[in-house]
Design a protein around this ligand. Sequence first.
Ligand SMILES: NC(=O)c1ccc[n+]([C@@H]2O[C@H](COP(=O)([O-])OP(=O)(O)OC[C@H]3O[C@@H](n4cnc5c(N)ncnc54)[C@H](O)[C@@H]3O)[C@@H](O)[C@H]2O)c1
Length: 368
Amino acid sequence: MRLLVLGTGVMAKNQVANFLAIDGVEVVGAVDTDLVRLAEFADHFHIEKRFQTLEEAIAWGEFDSATNVTPDRIHHATSLALIAAGKHVFCEKPLAENYADALEMTETAEAAGVVNMVNLTYRNVAPLQRAREMVLAGELGTIRHVEASYLQSWLVSRAWGDWRTESRWLWRLSTGHGSNGVLGDVGIHILDFAAYGAATDIDHVFARLKTFNKAPGGQIGEYLLDANDSFTMSVDFTNGALGVIHATRWATGHLNELKLRIYGEKGSLEVIHRPDGSDLRGCFGEDIETAIWRDIEVPAVLTNYQRFAEAVRTGKQDDPTFRHAANLQKVIDLAIVSEKERRELNLLEASEQDSPADKRIPPLTVVV
Ligand SMILES: NC(=O)c1ccc[n+]([C@@H]2O[C@H](COP(=O)([O-])OP(=O)(O)OC[C@H]3O[C@@H](n4cnc5c(N)ncnc54)[C@H](O)[C@@H]3O)[C@@H](O)[C@H]2O)c1
């Protein structure tokens, strides 16, 4: 695979380190509008070809795939340009700013027949994959209740830098810079974590979003700090279970923690992922009477990066697809409407009137 890296910020470093560890993957070019960042990145990874615009890279054309690691707002136009040039695309999450754009990217990629995947990173968490297998094998029986949380603390801690002065955090706090806040940023991860782990889909959503005052006048420089930084959500799943999902950037003491608990009639599972590792625990059989939870061993799993490289090699599409990410985007869009109107919304019945920014939301049809 001859890979082009579009956007050379923090996540691109993580991605390229992973891609370069895969046999047969070559990173042949890099693009960034910020020439200082581009040079530092390309020097570090010994990438010869450097471009300030995607158009120049496409005109050069000596790559078959691209990873799109630009800020959320940039994903739509740039992925469409890559698809039009016949390139396979691995796009960062969230796929787009809204469902209509995400759907357009999905349909364009599918019509072009290129491999399209979205980097829902926590699919790389082995306990999540094992939990899903156990649910699908019926080991938990009927699922009744699901709880999931994604906790970060970068608004109160400096462990990842200072959000008051760094553009990579400031754009995430501003809707004018293309962010849907914590909901769009890591909400998409936890929605996927919950529904994928419980082997189901969300079909009703009722959300509360909150934006706390963080700076005088709610603004720092060009950044109006109006994007949500905490959300709570109650959802119904297509398997009949009820769920509660929440995320925040104010979880003092948690740098980056995802937690999922799935409660079934025959047993329960808990998946926890933190920067220092992941665990799976379960309560089954006679342990249900004494509420004893035991650790469950899990085998290693392939990463999204490995599966994208393999999909490009074989020409066979793999998960998570653009279509799946678009469906999650629809949950996010409706969560925003439900906060504004303080009412529950049904994904199957969402109408034009329910869609933010006058973008139409067609019914959800795909099951994970
Ligand atoms: N999957 C994950 O776990 C995960 C984690 C972090 C970030 N992300 C996602 O990765 C993306 C990038 O995040 P980041 O933290 O690296 O941001 P960042 O701000 O550090 O980097 C983005 C880079 O893109 C460049 N850029 C902006 N517009 C461009 C354009 N038109 N063409 C080329 N380059 C352009 C910027 O100059 C910057 O260098 C976001 O969509 C984010 O949501 C995903």
